[in-house]
Each structure stands twice: as structure tokens, then as C-alpha cells.
Design a protein around this ligand. Structure first.
Ligand SMILES: *Cc1c(COP(=O)(O)O)cnc(C)c1O
Length: 390
């Protein structure tokens, strides 16, 4: 992670990324950039990160051969990277921990965060409890109604959840409020952003923290199978779990990288270049440049933008992006439950569906690694509703 080539000094991945923010935010971003550069050069920072990844999060997460799933499909072999087994049940904790440690190093004991469905809010509240920090999570009123259990979880963990009733009262409005709070209280406060989006240095920093997923997967493949996979498949909302598993394989050109979006929030598959939340990337917008409203059965994929590095990987052809519908994701969800006894989150269920489709058309000696970004406990109500179960 410390021998990166991109982004450049200004935070660009080719034409993507950058810092499209008001003047008032520039000094806060510059301070963050400096602090992160210093942390990157400090071995003790990474030692503490690695140690808590191991003892607190439970890393390394296993690389698990899904034998029955692969047999049922009858094509390529599918191996799962088990981020669902990380503490709090998803990959988001990796980034929350990294930024929490960075904030402490910067002397900031007040954390603000945005959350959509609540997963990033829960991860942030968890790390704030661990590191003894004040935690304020902005959440759209609509999302608060839909995700009461996660609101309760955050409160149990000591966070304050602040309702946001502007705009569409969902994730993108919560991000705006979190940024506003950060600008106002920047001396004491760190903004703990939850994916590889936003202005530089966030896309780089979040990628670096999440790339522990890909580094482990690469080592585990070599140690267990003495080879690298032919494909890596991961779901893409903002793009952090995908970027995390892709990044350490970028120079392994025999490994094909595939990102799976939700059909009605497929920024990379059908979006156009635009600026949202301080970064230039592919974006879902109408012909007047207004950001579109999105929908996905998977709360974590419901974001109209995507991390700028994915836009770069798409343009360069290094990664490929596809879209999967709600019904197909539910099919992926059930397939994994039945064959492996693993209840996946709805976000990676999109990747499961696509990995199965891909596997079916490939010979048996090919290997697909699928990033199982989270477990499904949080989604049972949604799945029951979709299945007509009361
Ligand atoms: C939030 C979330 C996602 C989507 O976010 P990315 O930044 O694209 O990884 C995917 N899977 C799970 C389990 C999530 O909680």
C-alpha cells in the first residue's frame, strides 16, 4: 500500500477524482493529507492497525472454497473471501478502524460520519467506543424509519444519531450534513467517510485501509493453491470492498477484475461523468445534470455515484463492470444459503449471482474469488418482505 502510483499529488486517477470542494474545506483536506502521509511513513501506525485487525476484527478472514455451490453450478470453482466474518459482520470496520486511528493521531476526539442503511454508522460507532471518541452519525429521516435496528445499535454503542430531513432525506443528504458539521468544527473533528468516494485523500485512504482484503486473499491463494485466481468478483456501491480486493491484484494482469452494480444504481454501467460530494466520477444524473434518485434492494448499493478509481479502471479496461437486478440478487442470496449454509448480505448477493453466471460458462479448472462483503442478518426483514413472508 505504500508503493502506490495513483492518485497523483492532486488526487487524480487520470481525469477522475480531485477535490471539488468550497474553499472552507481545502485546509481541512490539506491537514488530513499531511497527517495521512505522515502516518503512512510511520511503521508503528501500521503495526497498531494490523494488531487491532487481528485481535479485534478477527483478521485474517478465511478464504473458503464453496464446494457445494461450485458443484451445483458445474463450471469454474468459486472461492469466497469471508468478510462476513469480520467483527460487526462486514468489511466496513477495516476502514473505520484505520480512520479512527488516524483521527486519534491528529488529536481529534470527535468523529462525524454519514450513514445510509446504518452499516457504516455501526462500524464507526464501534470504533469510537473502542478508541474512546465522541461519535455523531448523520442519517436521513427516511433511512432512520427503515433501519431502526441499526439506529438502536449505534445508540447502544454510544453514538448520537442526528436525523437529516433535507433533500431526499437519505444517504446523499446525510453526507452533505456531515461535511457541513466537519467544516464548522474542523479543529476538534474528523469526518470518517465510509467508502472510496468524496474528495482526495478519501478515495486513496479508504482504498489503502480496505486493501488488507486483497493482500490477504492474494497470500491465501498462493499459500493454499499455489496460484492466483482467474477472476475476482465483488459488488460495487461506493466501491470500497471491490477496491480493497482489486487493488493488490492490479499488476497481476492474468487476474480479471469484475465489479457488480445494482441495476437501478449502476453508476459505472450507465452513468455519465459528473461531480458529486467533491469528486469527479461516473454518476447517475438526468439530462440537466441533476443527480438521479436510485434504488436497490441492497441498502449499501443505493448510491448514485461511485469511487473515482473505479471510473479509471473502467476506462483503462483493467476492470469490467456489470449490473444485476434485485430479483437476480435474491436468487444469488438463496443459492448461497442453500448450498453453503451461509446467509449473505444483499449487497454481495449481487456478486454471488454474477459469479455463478460466470462460473457456468467456464471450464472446471478456472477459479473465481468472490468477495463476500457482509453477512445477511441485517437484511432478513427485506428478504422476508420480498419473499412474501410475514
Ligand atoms: C456498505 C456495503 C457495501 C457497499 O459499499 P462499498 O463501498 O461498495 O463496499 C457492500 N457490502 C456490504 C456488506 C456493505 O455493508
Amino acid at each position: 500500500m505504500r508503493d502506490r502510483e495513483l492518485p497523483d499529488e492532486q488526487g487524480y486517477f487520470g481525469p477522475w477524482g480531485g477535490k471539488f470542494v468550497p474553499e472552507t474545506l481545502m485546509s481541512a483536506l490539506a491537514e488530513l493529507e499531511r497527517a495521512y502521509a505522515e502516518a503512512c511513513a510511520d511503521a508503528s501506525f501500521w503495526q497498531e492497525f494490523d494488531s487491532l485487525c487481528h485481535h479485534y476484527i478477527g483478521r485474517p478472514t478465511p478464504l473458503y472454497f464453496a464446494r457445494r455451490l461450485s458443484e451445483r453450478i458445474g463450471g469454474a470453482q468459486i472461492i469466497l473471501k469471508r468478510e462476513d466474518l469480520a467483527h460487526t459482520g462486514a468489511h466496513k470496520i477495516n476502514n473505520a478502524l484505520g480512520q479512527g486511528l488516524l483521527a486519534r493521531r491528529m488529536g481529534k476526539r470527535r468523529i462525524v460520519a454519514e450513514t445510509g442503511a446504518g452499516q457504516h454508522g455501526v462500524a464507526t460507532a464501534t470504533v469510537c467506543a473502542l478508541l474512546e471518541m465522541e461519535c455523531i452519525v448523520y442519517m436521513g429521516v427516511e433511512d432512520i424509519h427503515r433501519q431502526q435496528m441499526n439506529v438502536f445499535r449505534m445508540k447502544l454503542l454510544g453514538a448520537e444519531v442526528r436525523p437529516v430531513s433535507s433533500g431526499s432525506r437519505t444517504l446523499k443528504d446525510a453526507i452533505n450534513e456531515a461535511i457541513r458539521d466537519w467544516v464548522t468544527n474542523v479543529r476538534t473533528t474528523h469526518y470518517l467517510l465510509g467508502s472510496v468516494v468524496g474528495p482526495h485523500p478519501y478515495p486513496m485512504m479508504v482504498r489503502d485501509f480496505q486493501s488488507i482484503i486483497g493482500r490477504e486473499a492474494r497470500e491465501q491463494m498462493l499459500a493454499t493453491y499455489q496460484r492466483l485466481p482467474d477472476y475476482i468478483v465483488a459488488c460495487v456501491g461506493g466501491g470500497s470492498n471491490a477496491m480493497g480486493i482489486f487493488y493488490p491484484f492490479l499488476n497481476d494482469h492474468g487476474v480479471k477484475l469484475i465489479g457488480v452494480e445494482a441495476y437501478h444504481s449502476a453508476s459505472l454501467t450507465v452513468g455519465e461523468p459528473g461531480v458529486l460530494h467533491g469528486t469527479r466520477s461516473y454518476l447517475l444524473q438526468d439530462k440537466h445534470g441533476q443527480v438521479s434518485s436510485t434504488h436497490s434492494i441492497a441498502p449499501g448499493l443505493d448510491y448514485p455515484g461511485v469511487g473515482p478509481e473505479h471510473s479509471y479502471l473502467k476506462d483503462s479496461g483493467r476492470a469490467e463492470y456489470v449490473a444485476v437486478t434485485d430479483d437476480q440478487a435474491l436468487e444469488g442470496f438463496q443459492m448461497l444459503c442453500e448450498t453453503e449454509g451461509i446467509i449473505p448480505a444483499l449487497e454481495p448477493s449481487h456478486a454471488i449471482y454474477y459469479a455463478a453466471l460466470l462460473a457456468k460458462g467456464l471450464p472446471r479448472e478456472k477459479v473465481i474469488v468472490m468477495n463476500l462483503s457482509g453477512r445477511g442478518d441485517k437484511d432478513l426483514e427485506i428478504v422476508a418482505g420480498a419473499m412474501g413472508v410475514r
